[in-house]
Design a binder for this molecule. Structure first.
Ligand code: TXA
Ligand code: MG
Length: 332
């Protein structure tokens, strides 16, 4: 039997925000809304507090955390920013972009998994920004899901999967973007690399930096052309962001033929109707697809289908980020 849930969901009143900021300063973990996905936050300067994040998520200690700041002016407190970082911060922060930079001594080893670099971002969600300002410390926060499961995009998702392991969740409504931030490795500024695609595209980053940006090669497929080629060997990919139900990817989906299996279409306008047919956006617009992807996968996952057939997005930019998450969900 799971432990009785003691968790409470807080609305974003000034009083609640002050209370949660005090809890964070006292070393508690708090589920927080961001514009990408919900995070599980703790004081990034307090290793004991950060250890609670790893315990609650059952996350291996070798997987480092992202440090969230209230403003880019705090960068020198946590890392050694370079000109490339300053340019990207000026253009995209607050927003869904995470930068990997050499860490400062103030950041405890548990945050970086013992490594010399730290992941940092200034998030855009207004409630999380107010909480960061009130807490007056940088907040380490991974996505607030049990390790390996689909990321949460509502406070209820956080409660459903971590509710018996944490006490506090701040409700900021459904996340506007719905996919985790773009991660750019800037340790060697002359060779920037996207480690995880997100809503801020490689092309947009390259335009600011004035140089080409590579994508970290993923085992089994490259993220750029995956929508145009058959999906090969998804078993080679790291399993992550995965529903419990097996996910099978398709370039195009036709009829929802097997009743015991779910079919998830990109475009609602052209999707078939039926109890086992689902779609992500009424017009197939990619921001809507991204925003609803994880919530829809969770909802289908709860319905006991034998498999989930999913259609890949087409195009570059956000399509690459959507397909990256779909390939990880399908990896076994
Ligand atoms: O949108 C987001 O980024 C959300 C919200 C909560 O901010 N956070 C998030 O965190 O997705 P998480 O921990 O689920 O994913 C962060 C990824 C992990 O794959 C981790 O390995 C990588 O970032 N990472 C963190 N620090 C790193 C570092 N110093 N070097 C390389 N990768 C790092
Ligand atoms: Mg995560």
């Amino acid at each position: 039997m799971p432990a009785a849930s003691r968790v409470r969901i807080y609305s974003g009143t000034a009083r609640n925000l002050r209370y949660l900021a005090r809890r964070l300063r006292a070393g508690d973990v708090v589920g927080v809304p961001t514009e990408t996905v919900y995070g599980l936050a703790a004081n990034a300067l307090d290793s004991k507090a950060c250890a609670k994040i790893f315990r609650a998520k059952r996350r291996p200690r070798h997987d480092p955390l992202i440090v969230h700041l209230h403003t880019a002016a705090q960068l020198p407190d946590v890392c050694e920013p370079n000109d490339a970082a300053k340019a990207l911060a000026a253009k995209f922060w607050p927003g869904p972009l995470t930068l990997i930079l050499p860490k400062s001594d103030r950041i405890p080893d548990i945050v970086t998994a013992g490594g010399g670099s730290v992941a940092v971002r200034v998030p855009a969600h207004p409630l999380f920004r107010r909480l960061l300002r009130l807490a007056q410390v940088p907040l380490a926060a991974p996505s607030a899901n049990p390790f390996g499961y689909v990321s949460p995009t509502t406070a209820e998702h956080v409660k459903a999967s971590l509710g018996d392991r944490i006490r506090h969740i701040l409700d900021g409504g459904p996340c506007g973007i719905g996919l985790e931030s773009t991660i750019v490795d800037l340790r060697t500024p002359a060779k920037p690399r996207v480690l995880r695609p997100g809503a801020i595209s490689r092309e947009a980053i390259a335009a600011v930096l004035g140089r080409p940006v590579r994508t970290h090669p993923q085992r089994g497929a490259t993220s750029r052309n995956a929508a145009h080629k058959p999906v090969v060997a998804p078993g080679l990919l790291a399993r992550h962001y995965s529903p419990r139900t097996r996910v099978v990817l398709h370039r195009r989906l036709g009829a929802a033929e097997h009743r015991a299996e779910a079919y998830l279409f990109i475009n609602g306008a052209t999707a078939p109707q039926g109890p086992n047919a689902f779609s992500l956006d009424p017009k197939g617009h990619l921001p809507g697809v991204a925003r609803r992807l994880f919530a829809t996968l969770r909802a289908i996952d709860a319905q006991g289908f034998r498999k989930i057939h999913v259609e890949l997005a087409t195009g570059v930019g956000l399509a690459e980020a959507i397909n990256d998450r779909l390939r990880r969900a399908a990896a076994r």
